[in-house]
Design a protein around this ligand. Structure first.
Ligand SMILES: *Cc1c(COP(=O)(O)O)cnc(C)c1O
Length: 449
């Protein structure tokens, strides 16, 4: 069978629907999923994938769908990207696991070296590797607590930091992430975010930061605060780009009060926004940065990277995990980083942004339900509201998404009210395929008007 399975390299870069979506073979497979996979594990679009690459997902019925999701911002370099495949194949044939805490290997150290080079700031940096984003966030908090001797953690409205117990407490949205799963970890405090679209026009980033800082000082106290954790562009919370000046003001306050400033760049990192990291757009240098998703071309890997003296505050043996920095995942990360460098994917993300903005501006001119267009690079979003109001229109978002899915374009929604579309194409997608995807998005708005 493996001989007939198409590889990503051989996939034609065209949308092509040969059955309805989902087709009969996917429908059969979905019935098996329903029998054996827990219902709590949902799927956005139940087409079963057999190959993927460029900007295409090929399903079990032979349909070629356009991918505007990258498996939630993971396959930034493309699915089965050549350097990822080559290095993974080499590594998997050499050895699959030793546990870095038992006997180390180069790949782990190479990834940490690359992280020290690529993440913001010229100071001495060290890293620790983990399996998932949530695990990285948990470990950033552990490091900040040991380094400061303080307990409290500040997070923001609309934040998403994961699904483990501590990160559920740090995540804002109840359904589906938290509902019924408490009690949650303590000493987590939530602050008002800068959300330009939903605020008095013209409120400056510095003023939004002052509002959050005032709340921190009155309700928590800097002396009790280990860290402030923030996504420099909100991910699940709706791709909100805070007002200019907000992040630098928060980082400066943290510096003045010996509070660890943690940037959660799990979704926004690794070329996604047109820079290596979203912090780079305003020259913000976090003390600790968490990364995952785009880091390894689809293999599970996550990291905490930060100031060497903070990272080294933890006692030997205090950081780790059986699989953290698995050699195959590290090989994938080194391959993904090479793809980013050799194809200048930062520049590619900026080009994708201008294409998407041009298309969204045109669509929005005809459809006033599109109340806001925002984002950076290949991390773009539109927020849907009842025209002329701030009232979220999640029903319209669901209808537009359903139309796109039926017509072979994989789109994702997000946002606290479920009324935001996020566009996260792989950076390997050709321009004409991206144009075609937005033809379908335009049709979807027209058909659901
Ligand atoms: C996805 C995400 C996480 C959690 O990552 P997992 O790998 O799913 O645990 C944390 N923070 C942000 C900003 C994310 O987008």
């Amino acid at each position: 069978m493996s001989i007939t399975t198409p590889t990503s390299a051989s996939l034609a870069q065209h949308r092509n629907l040969v059955t309805e979506i989902p087709g009969p073979r996917s429908a059969e497979k979905l019935a098996r999923k329903q029998k054996y996979v827990a219902d709590g594990v949902g799927t956005t679009l139940p087409v079963f994938i057999e190959a993927a690459g460029g900007g295409i997902l090929l399903d079990a019925d032979g349909n070629s769908l356009i991918d505007l999701g990258s498996g939630i911002a993971v396959t930034t370099v493309g699915n089965a990207a050549p350097e990822v495949v080559r290095r993974v194949q080499e590594q998997v044939a050499a050895f699959t696991h030793t546990c870095f805490m038992v006997t180390p290997y180069d790949g782990y150290v190479d990834v940490c070296e690359a992280l020290a080079e690529l993440t913001p700031g010229a100071h001495a940096k060290k890293s620790a590797l983990f399996n998932s984003g949530a695990e990285a966030v948990e470990n950033a908090v552990k490091i900040a607590r040991v380094a400061t001797g303080r307990d409290a953690v500040a997070v923001f409205d609309h934040a998403y930091h994961g699904r483990t117990n501590l990160t559920m407490a740090m995540t804002a949205k109840n359904m589906p992430y938290k509902n019924g799963f408490g009690p949650f970890a303590g000493e987590v405090y939530r602050l008002p975010m800068s959300y330009p679209f939903r605020e008095t026009a013209g409120i400056k980033g510095e003023d939004a930061a002052a509002r959050a800082i005032d709340q921190l000082e009155k309700q928590v106290g800097a002396d009790n605060l280990a860290c402030v954790v923030i996504e420099p562009i909100l991910g699940e919370g709706g791709f909100v780009v805070p007002a200019e000046g907000f992040l630098p003001a928060l980082a400066a306050w943290c510096r003045d009060h010996d509070v660890v400033f943690v940037a959660d760049e799990i979704q926004s990192g690794f070329c996604r926004t047109g820079e290596w990291f979203a912090c780079d757009h305003e020259g913000v240098v976090p003390d600790l940065i968490t990364t995952a998703k785009g880091i390894a071309g689809g293999l599970p890997l996550a990291a905490v990277t930060g100031r060497a003296e903070l990272m080294d505050a933890v006692h030997v043996g205090g950081l780790g995990g059986t699989y953290g920095g698995n050699p195959v995942a590290c090989a994938a990360a080194l391959g993904a980083i090479e793809e980013m460098r050799s194809h200048d994917l930062r520049a590619r993300a900026r080009a994708v942004e201008s294409l998407i903005r041009r298309r969204l501006d045109t669509i929005a001119a005809d459809h006033p339900v599109i109340a806001d267009i925002r984002g950076r690079g290949a991390m773009m979003a539109i927020e849907l509201c009842k025209p002329g109001t701030l009232e979220p229109d999640a029903a319209r978002a669901a209808a537009v998404a359903a139309y796109c899915h039926k017509n072979g374009v994989v789109v994702l929604t997000c946002g606290t009210w479920g009324n935001v579309f996020r566009f996260l194409p792989p950076l390997s997608i050709p321009d004409d395929l991206l144009e075609e995807a937005f033809d379908v998005v335009a049709e979807a708005f027209a058909a659901t008007a």
